[in-house]
Ligand binder design. Structure first.
Ligand SMILES: Cc1ncc(C[n+]2csc(CCOP(=O)(O)OP(=O)(O)O)c2C)c(N)n1
Ligand SMILES: [Mg+2]
Length: 337
C-alpha cells in the first residue's frame, strides 16, 4: 500500500477518530448480530434477521451522510447503519426482545423494522421496497421546502425487482430529487441466487431513469464512503438522485427461520467470509498505525460488556400492554362507545 493510499480516509475528509469509530460500529453491529442469533437459538427472542457481511457498507454510508439533518429509510439488515446514525445497542435489543420501551415500534413490529423519530429513521413496512417511494417522498419535501437535506434508502437486490423500486426511481428521476438509493446486493433473495433474480445489473437501471448509477465493492469501507459522499454532494447541488449498488455477500442464513444449506454450500460461504470488509478495514487501520491488536482486544471486551448490558436491560423490561395495541396505528386511538 502506498503512503497516499495509507491515509486515504484523511484525504476523503474523515478524521482518524472517525475511522476508528467506523470500525467500532462495524464490530458493534457484528457482535450484536451474533448475540441475537444465540439468543434466538436459546429461546430468549423469537426471531432474528441478520446483517452479517453487510456492516462495512452500512457504516461507511452512514458516515458519509449528514447525521444531523438527512432522513434515513433503512431496510431490515441495517444494524451497522442505524447504530451509526445514533441508535443504541439497548434500543436495538429492546426491539429484539419486543419490549414496550423499544423506540422502533414499542415492541410491536418484527425486529429489523427500524424507526426512530429523533434520529429521522423513518418506519418501514414488511413488504420489501415500500421504503423506496417513501424516501422519494422525503426528497420531494426537501425540494419543495428548499432545504438541503437528502433522503437515503437501502434495499436488497431481489427487492429491486418490485414495482415500488421502479416507480420510486422514475418519480425521483423525473423530478430530479435529492435521494440516494443504495442496493445492498448480497447475492441472494432468500434462496434465489442473483443470476436467477436479475438478467442485467441493478446499477444499470439508473440509466433508464435518467440519473447516475455507481457500483462499489461493499467490503471496501472507504470506497463506499466516497461514493455516498459524492452522491450527497450532487443531491444538494440539485443534480438529482444516485443509485448505488454495493456488492457484498450475506454470510448468515436469510433469517433464523432459514436453512441456507438447502441452497448453497459451506465452501461458498467460507469463500466470501474470507473477504470480510470489517477485517479489511481493521487491517487498514493497523497499517495506518491507528490501531493494534491490544486495542482490538480491549474493544472486543468493551463491546461484549455493552451487549451484555443491553441484553440484560431489555430482558428486564415489560412487554407492551394490550391496551396500547392501537398506538401509532391511527392518528387518534379509536374509542369504544
Ligand atoms: C413484497 C414482498 N414480497 C416478498 C416478501 C418476502 N421476503 C422477505 S425478504 C425477501 C427477500 C428479499 O431479498 P433481497 O431484496 O435481495 O434482500 P435480502 O433479504 O437479500 O437482504 C422476501 C422475498 C416480502 N417481505 N415482501
Ligand atoms: Mg439479497
Amino acid at each position: 500500500m502506498s503512503v497516499g493510499q495509507l491515509m486515504e480516509h484523511r484525504s476523503l475528509g474523515l478524521t482518524d477518530e472517525d475511522a476508528i469509530k467506523m470500525y467500532t460500529n462495524m464490530l458493534a453491529a457484528r457482535k450484536f448480530d451474533e448475540r441475537c442469533l444465540l439468543l434466538q437459538r436459546a429461546g430468549k427472542v423469537a426471531f432474528h434477521v441478520s446483517g452479517i457481511g453487510q456492516e462495512t457498507a452500512q457504516v461507511a454510508a452512514a458516515f458519509a451522510l449528514d447525521r444531523d439533518k438527512d432522513y434515513f429509510l433503512p431496510y431490515y439488515r441495517d444494524y451497522g447503519f442505524v447504530l451509526s446514525v445514533g441508535m443504541t445497542l439497548r434500543e436495538l435489543m429492546l426491539s429484539n426482545f419486543a419490549r414496550a420501551e423499544d423506540p422502533n415500534s414499542g415492541g410491536r413490529q418484527m425486529p429489523g423494522h427500524f424507526s426512530h423519530k429523533k434520529l429521522r429513521i423513518v418506519t418501514g413496512s414488511s413488504p420489501v421496497t415500500t421504503q423506496v417511494p417513501h424516501a422519494v417522498g422525503f426528497a420531494l419535501a426537501a425540494k419543495m421546502k428548499r432545504q438541503d437535506f437528502v433522503s437515503f434508502v437501502t434495499f436488497g437486490e431481489g427487492s429491486s425487482n418490485q414495482g415500488d423500486f421502479h416507480e420510486g426511481c422514475n418519480f425521483a428521476g423525473v423530478h430530479n430529487l435529492p435521494v440516494i438509493l443504495m442496493c445492498e446486493n448480497n447475492q441472494y433473495a432468500i434462496s434465489v441466487p442473483l443470476k436467477k433474480q436479475v438478467a442485467g445489473n441493478v446499477v444499470d437501471r439508473a440509466i433508464g431513469y435518467g440519473f447516475k448509477g455507481v457500483r462499489v465493492d461493499g467490503n471496501n469501507a472507504l470506497e463506499v464512503y466516497r461514493t455516498v459522499k459524492e452522491a450527497r454532494e450532487r443531491a444538494v447541488r440539485g443534480e438529482g438522485p444516485t443509485l448505488i449498488e454495493a456488492m457484498m455477500y450475506r454470510i448468515s442464513p436469510h433469517s433464523t427461520a432459514d436453512n441456507d444449506m438447502m441452497y448453497r454450500t459451506k465452501e461458498e460461504v467460507e469463500h466470501h467470509k474470507a473477504k470480510d470488509g470489517i477485517v479489511r478495514f481493521k487491517s487498514y487501520l493497523i497499517e495506518c498505525g491507528l490501531w493494534g491488536e491490544e486495542q482490538d482486544a480491549r474493544l472486543h471486551e468493551e463491546l461484549a460488556a455493552q451487549i451484555k448490558d443491553a441484553t440484560e436491560y431489555a430482558d428486564r423490561q415489560p412487554y407492551p400492554e394490550p391496551q396500547d395495541l392501537m398506538n401509532y396505528v391511527y392518528a387518534q386511538p379509536v374509542k369504544e362507545d
